[in-house]
Design a protein around this ligand. Structure first.
Ligand code: KIV
Ligand code: ZN
Length: 513
């Protein structure tokens, strides 16, 4: 959906790579962040908040890399109201064509007294100084009044007036703890519009958390009352219960354009793919019943509903699934589909053109799966493509896996692991017993790699229905304080589990902290 008929410009600010990523339990590498940023740019996001450079060298690198590579959206980085943090944002954002520094401080009594241990006057001074400091580096400075919904509204308005005076071009009113009710949050935005004398010089932004399941409702209430920027994340990921879900915000506004008198300029056809990519990269599965992007979001099961849909889909559907990039025509590929056919279907699914070398790799994996599964659905292709975007070197790969298991057998796994290091290739064959086939496979991999890996979480799901469905496994693994996710997909769930484990190991051994 293109917002040609936009009534009023509103800005979508995506913080998947900052607020979303900080909550995922494992941090993305800079190349992984770059892949997601590229997809968010295809969605035509207005502002991309991509990290907190002062938090780690890896985050600094990610902000710098995205600033170099991504053209189009404003690239934004977060800081506390601390000069060194702001300097770090400025350095990391240096290559960006359009950049924004997002700085701020807590303004509620609990944040000022208990966390910051500072008086109102000190907080006000630090807020002004931070904005002035950031303003030396870029004209686009956003100020966040952390925990705004639990602040004294009078003090909040004083801070906002002062930071706008100091040069803030956007003022963010976060519901940091997800405490607000839609009507009350809407009234707060209306009050700010009315009471802050210089508010016309800035855009009001909303940033709502989902602790009470109201992040989207609160953000939309803010929009109705004068906010012009909405901060959100793909699939609603973020601190604790998450942030407002980008796909829900965008589709709600577009479905009710007349009510909101606004229309975001988002390429909605990219929503579904972006959701998959983020879910895959962060190892956070999208619930089946998740609005807009859940696998059941457009599935009709009751007889009455199916009957209605067959007569006219508008009886039970308010959004055409094609608008968010779900293709209606299900094309099924097989092992006889050639490279050309595969390339054509990937193009239809919206994947950007890729090199011959990458096509060969994707085709190789496609044939492996097609040989076992006969029919390859779009979901399978998405899974194959997702494993292809992994940017970590494949130091270890699973060459061979054999499992002995059964009601009367002690689960035993034999693996052959290839290691490629400094151009040198070694093959190691190892066997191990385990509590089950997956445990045995993991123990055998540990023996073959000689690494001590801790498995902290394991999730499996079927990508399609039926006996030959592809299983997708996501594992959470750690080593020496580093934590990452690993993914693997196969028609054989033990193989998918082993691939996920090896994928996690590759990330661990190649991750720089
Ligand atoms: O929730 C919050 O208050 C934030 C700020 C740092 C913008 O994420
Ligand atoms: Zn937040």
């Amino acid at each position: 959906m293109d917002a040609k008929d936009s009534k009023e410009k509103i800005f979508i600010f995506d913080t998947t790579l900052r607020d979303g990523e900080q909550a995922a339990g494992s941090h993305l590498g800079s190349l992984e962040k770059l892949e997601i940023a590229k997809q968010l740019a295809r969605l035509k996001i207005d502002v991309l908040e991509v990290g907190f450079p002062a938090s780690s060298p890896e985050d600094f690198k990610a902000v710098q890399l995205i600033s170099q590579e991504i053209d189009g959206p404003i690239i934004c980085a977060l800081s506390r109201a601390v000069k060194e943090d702001i300097d770090s944002c400025s350095k990391a954002l240096a290559p960006a064509k359009n950049k924004r520094i997002h700085t701020g401080i807590g303004v509620s009594p609990i944040h000022m007294e208990r966390k910051l241990k500072k008086s109102k006057d000190e907080v006000l001074r630090l807020a002004i100084e931070a904005v002035k400091h950031a303003k030396q580096y870029t004209k686009d400075v956003e100020f966040y009044a952390e925990d705004a919904t639990r602040a004294d509204p009078k003090f909040l308005c004083t801070v906002l007036q002062a930071v706008i005076e100091a040069g803030a071009t956007v003022v963010n009113i976060p519901d940091t703890t997800g405490y607000a009710m839609p009507e009350i949050y809407g009234k707060l935005i209306a009050l700010i519009k009315k009471q802050v004398p210089n508010i016309k010089k800035a855009i009001i932004s909303v940033h709502c958390h989902n602790d009470l399941g109201l992040a989207v409702a609160n953000s939309l209430a803010g929009l109705r009352n004068g906010a012009r920027q909405i901060e959100c994340t793909m699939n609603g990921i973020g601190e604790r219960a998450g942030n407002a879900a980008l796909e829900e915000i965008v589709m709600a506004i577009l479905t009710q354009k007349d009510y909101f008198k606004a229309s975001p300029k988002i390429q909605t056809k990219e929503l579904y793919r972006t959701s998959h990519l983020v879910s895959h990269a962060l190892g956070m599965a999208v619930p089946r019943n998740k609005a807009i992007v859940g696998s059941n979001a457009f599935a009709h099961s009751s007889g009455i509903h199916v009957d209605g849909i067959l007569k006219d889909r508008l009886t039970y559907e308010i959004i055409n699934p094609e608008e968010i990039g779900i293709t209606q025509s299900r094309v099924i590929l097989t092992a006889r589909t050639g490279r050309h056919g595969l390339k054509h279907r990937l193009k239809e699914l919206g994947y950007p053109p890729f090199s011959q070398e990458r096509l060969e790799k994707v085709y190789e994996r496609f044939l492996e799966i097609a040989d076992r599964k006969a029919m390859i659905y779009d979901e399978d292709l998405v899974s194959i493509m997702e494993s292809e975007i992994d940017t970590f070197p494949k130091t270890y790969s699973l060459e061979f896996l054999q499992i002995i298991s059964g009601t009367d057998a002690v689960p035993t796994a034999t693996v052959k692991i290839k290691k490629v290091e400094n151009g040198k290739e070694t093959l190691t064959l190892e066997s191990a017993l385990g509590d089950g086939p997956v445990d045995a496979a993991y123990k055998a991999i540990d023996k073959a790699t000689g690494l001590e890996i801790k498995l902290t979480d394991y999730n499996i799901r079927a990508l399609t229905s039926g006996g030959s469905a592809m299983g997708e496994v996501v594992v959470n693994v750690s080593q020496k304080g580093k934590k990452v996710f690993g993914h693997g997909g196969s028609t054989d769930v033990v193989e998918a589990s082993a691939l996920a484990y090896v994928n996690g190991i590759n990330k661990l051994v190649n991750k720089t902290e």
